[in-house]
Write a protein that binds this ligand. Structure first.
Ligand code: UDP
Length: 361
């Protein structure tokens, strides 16, 4: 075993939305962090300031390919491996579905083998998408899900289900000490303004004075967890010593309709906006809310941030990111700056042709 001061934590997907917060949290706790990311859907700007920590290292690589020698050469030093690497918003993971599937399956297999060789503890971030369009509500971990294996979300849903299978097979075989988190909808600073998720779309549209896109009639529900709470739970799960061969739901049980979220964002920003309705994408889950009893009892964890607080903090972050002051009138200059900083929409697989926000961004 390497000396404790020489131990490394690997965060695959560490430049992404949740990954970047996790890297920061680990560094602040004094860990040495190797961040591995292909920058496909993540942004270097998420890593701003992390280079100031002596123990931080960034490696740009794609986990569907053999791991780079700069990672493999450290194998014996890794004592924790978090796998957050995968495009996670529906438009982004559907833009290259084959790569999404391979990231979850081939990529997770590579990282599990690394964990086995290193004797490192391994945490897979899975997803509420393994429940598909759920028939059980709220979703407990033993609900087996209602997932289409042929639809446009299958590349992500089935990829993550296969990744969970691999992780638990490694654990059953005594090859790696494994944790599996099923993360429900998460939001907060460092979300990509162009990733097409409902929270980022609605906030950016409202800040720009654009119409708000609601898919379907907006009565579908989600439960949103602030990113700091999610990161706290991930770290607790990694350090928990239960030997539990079961996944753990991580999310906020506060469930609301998409149209209620829109109302909350508009009220927080204090500006009215037109709402335009677009067709509901294929296989879009009607309801989603985690049962977090297992996380409560196993980790002593539950979310602390209310939706109102979290949305306010997220709006402030987006406003800064997009060069606006939330409390002031939007000026022509700030709108132009905002527009020029928006990325073109990713190519989206056809079945979600109705995703108006992608076109509207
Ligand atoms: N949605 C919406 N308007 C948008 C983006 C998304 O109404 O601009 C809906 C989407 O159809 C889904 C919910 O909001 O019902 C959450 O979508 P998101 O992409 O954030 O995550 P999901 O939970 O579907 O993975």
């Amino acid at each position: 075993m390497p000396d404790k001061s020489d131990q490394l934590t690997l965060v695959a997907g560490g430049a992404g939305f949740i990954g970047s917060h996790l890297c920061r949290s680990l560094l602040e706790a004094g860990e040495r962090v190797t961040c591995l990311d292909n920058l496909q859907t993540s942004r270097r700007s998420n890593l701003a300031g992390l280079g100031d920590y002596e123990g931080f290292e960034f490696v740009q690589a794609d986990i569907t390919a053999p791991l780079p020698s700069s990672v493999v050469s450290h194998t014996r030093r890794f004592h924790r491996i978090y796998n957050l690497a995968c495009a996670a918003s529906p438009p982004q993971y559907q833009a290259d579905p084959e790569h999404t599937m391979l990231t979850s399956v081939v990529g997770t297999d590579r990282l599990l083998r690394l964990a086995e060789a290193a004797g490192a503890r391994f945490l897979l971030t899975s997803t509420s998408e393994v429940y598909g369009d759920p028939e059980a509500h709220p979703q407990t971990e033993d609900y087996r899900g209602n997932v289409s294996c042929t639809g446009p979300r299958a590349c992500y849903d089935e990829g993550k289900r296969a990744a969970e299978t691999l992780a638990f097979d490694f654990a059953r075989g005594g090859r790696a000490d494994v944790r599996v988190a099923r993360i429900f909808n998460t939001y907060g600073p460092n979300m990509d303004p162009a990733d097409g998720r409902v929270v980022s779309n609605v906030i950016c549209q409202a800040l720009a004075g654009d119409p708000i896109t609601v898919y379907g009639d907006g009565s579908q529900t989600r439960s949103f967890c602030y990113v700091a709470d999610t990161v706290d739970a991930l770290r607790r799960l990694m350090e928990s010593d239960s030997g539990l061969l079961e996944p753990v739901n991580l999310g906020n049980p506060h469930e609301l309709e998409v149209k209620e979220l829109v109302e909350l964002v508009l009220a927080s920003i204090g500006r009215p906006a037109e709402v335009v309705y677009r067709p509901l994408p294929q296989d879009d889950p009607r309801r989603r809310r985690p049962n977090i009893d297992r996380a409560r009892s196993l980790l002593g964890w539950e979310p602390k941030t209310t939706l109102e607080e979290g949305i306010r903090a997220t709006i402030e972050w987006f406003a800064r990111e997009l060069g606006q002051h939330v409390d002031s009138q939007v000026t022509i200059a700030s709108l132009e700056r905002l527009e020029s900083r928006r990325k073109p929409p990713p190519a989206v697989a056809q079945p979600i042709a109705g995703r108006g926000a992608v076109a509207a961004r």
